[in-house]
Design a protein around this ligand. Structure first.
Ligand code: SF4
Length: 258
């Protein structure tokens, strides 16, 4: 670990040994001025009241085949309305950012308020901490790819709903197919449990090598940086996770244990 790495361990607060009528007809009685008879107009043929045709329900969102290139996939995400609420409340979709040839893919839960505003995942304080975590294992942010399970912000930062996850996961899976990362680092319980289709608590998902998708991409779990900002005492555990991820990567590329 060089001095740059050490500086970012400091940012992590970690010892260096160790990141939304009817038509109103006036019924006029024509009363002739002289004749005492009342002239009753001929009955008006009954006409059906004008009824507006019922408004057609919006066509359900139908996703066509997923694009097999980054630009096409990005466009599909930007136009996606699969989640009835999220597509109305988002400012914009947050596709993902980074190096499209990266060997590391970092996956979080969903955009927050700042991400929704900026259109980029992991900005703001949590993003800065994520950058520090990555740098601590020698990975400047622009060398990795960063994406979320959901591409739209859940209002009020509520947890993603199961149907929203299942709507959006195909986009992430296609991103994985396009990127072909050597390793996936998942940050946070929500992302980890959804990607691994499990209810196992985060504490029991850490420190183990998992796999994701048809390519069985190696996957390591750690804490979400926003959680670490609230719970700094767990930064040390996050550092252990990062070292585990780095060692796993090194082994995968044939470089032995880091
Ligand atoms: S969260 Fe994903 S699936 Fe849902 S509307 Fe946004 S892009 Fe579409």
């Amino acid at each position: 670990m060089g001095s740059v790495g050490n500086a970012y361990l400091d940012a992590l607060g970690i010892d260096r040994w160790v990141p939304r009528g009817a038509v109103e007809e006036a019924a006029t009685l024509a009363i002739p001025p002289v004749a005492p008879k009342v002239s009753v107009p001929a009955p008006v043929p009954a006409t059906a009241p004008a009824i507006s045709p019922p408004r057609a329900a919006p066509a359900p969102y139908q996703r066509g085949p997923l694009a097999d290139d980054w630009a096409g996939l990005r466009d599909q995400v930007a136009g996606c309305t699969a989640c009835e609420q999220l597509c109305r409340t988002r400012t914009q979709t947050v596709f993902g950012v980074g190096n499209e040839r990266a060997e590391w893919l970092v996956i979080g839960e969903a955009p927050g308020a700042e991400e929704d505003r900026q259109g980029e995942p992991f900005v703001g304080r949590a993003g800065q901490l994520l950058n520090a975590m990555l740098l601590a294992i020698g990975l400047p942010r622009d060398t990795v790819y960063i994406a979320n399970v959901l591409k739209c912000r859940p209002p009020g930062n509520r947890d993603p709903r199961p149907e929203e996850v299942s709507n959006c996961l195909p986009f992430l899976s296609r991103q994985v197919e396009l990127l072909k990362p050597k390793i996936i680092l998942v940050v946070g319980r929500i992302a980890a449990q959804n990607l691994l289709a499990t209810d196992v608590p985060l504490a029991r998902l850490r420190g183990k090598l998992h796999h994701f998708g048809p390519a069985d991409t190696p996957l390591v779990v750690t804490y979400h940086p926003a959680y670490l900002l609230r719970t700094p005492a767990d930064k040390r555990k996050a550092w252990e996770d990062l070292k585990f991820a780095r060692a796993t990567y090194a082994r995968l590329i044939g470089g032995g244990s880091a």
